[in-house]
Design a protein around this ligand. Sequence first.
Ligand SMILES: NC(=O)c1ccc[n+]([C@@H]2O[C@H](COP(=O)([O-])OP(=O)(O)OC[C@H]3O[C@@H](n4cnc5c(N)ncnc54)[C@H](O)[C@@H]3O)[C@@H](O)[C@H]2O)c1
Length: 280
Amino acid sequence: MVERRGRVEGKVAIVTGAGSTPGPGIATGRGTAIVMASEGARVLVADIRPDRAEETRSIIEGEGGTAAVFVGDLTQAADCEAMVRTALEAFGTVDILVNNIAAAMPGSVVDTSEVDFDRVLDVSLRTTFLASKHAVPVMAAKRAGAIVNIGSIAAFRGGNYVGYAAAKGAIHAMTIDMAYSHGRQGIRVNAIAPGHLTTPMLLANEGQTPATELRQQMANAAGLLGTEGNGWDVGWAVAFLASDEARWITGVTLPVDSGIMSVTPLMMAPQLREIPPLGS
Ligand SMILES: NC(=O)c1ccc[n+]([C@@H]2O[C@H](COP(=O)([O-])OP(=O)(O)OC[C@H]3O[C@@H](n4cnc5c(N)ncnc54)[C@H](O)[C@@H]3O)[C@@H](O)[C@H]2O)c1
């Protein structure tokens, strides 16, 4: 009988954007940080908002896990460098980096301003680039590490979020390039493409539609399973990709999307005609 160990037992993980937009539900960053801690990692919770980061830390510690907080703006190189230094000071190393931060603003190329476009790319893409830039050398020095970049199905399916789609497409491309560059250094780099999750960020952004109605639509139309997805679903996928169980997996994008990438709108049509009640 093999003794049950956590998937990432003894590892040190940095999760960026591991706070959460306030509101009901579980964010992907917070969910990932909590899952990683529950699976045995010591977690550096990095966020620009101290209140949000502290809340995640207190949830982790309340469940008996180990966490530290780093507060900084990860669009800035100096803050990314300081984040990695904080992990080294608190926990002695960095084994895992989860790049989770993103900003999304609706709009086409015509009605998205240059300022908004640059901002979305800065928050969603530059943070991933800079955090990786400073974490990779630590991993390379010990010839071991795992990076998981949070992308999106928005990179592959249209939705009138041009800046967000561009940033996420770049994240998936960057994942492949990073996997190439750092494979021989023992670093695996993978991505997750979440589908339409019910997260606090989504519920806050879609303020026009009442939450219950939105959740009902999401459960029904978000994929083949007819159920809602949330931050835990991403957290568990990250825990697998970051763990040694995935030791021979690098350069992949794993959709966590209830199968929405596997279906065409025409084939979904019959299923959309019947709307089951939430939770059924
Ligand atoms: N909700 C969905 O349906 C969905 C779908 C696809 C992908 N995703 C992806 O999931 C991730 C979102 O995750 P979440 O649910 O944790 O979002 P969230 O907005 O609730 O949390 C993100 C955290 O990042 C922090 N942050 C923002 N800018 C920062 C900066 N410059 N420096 C440091 N911290 C910063 C925020 O304070 C916030 O606490 C994103 O990558 C998003 O693209 C979500």
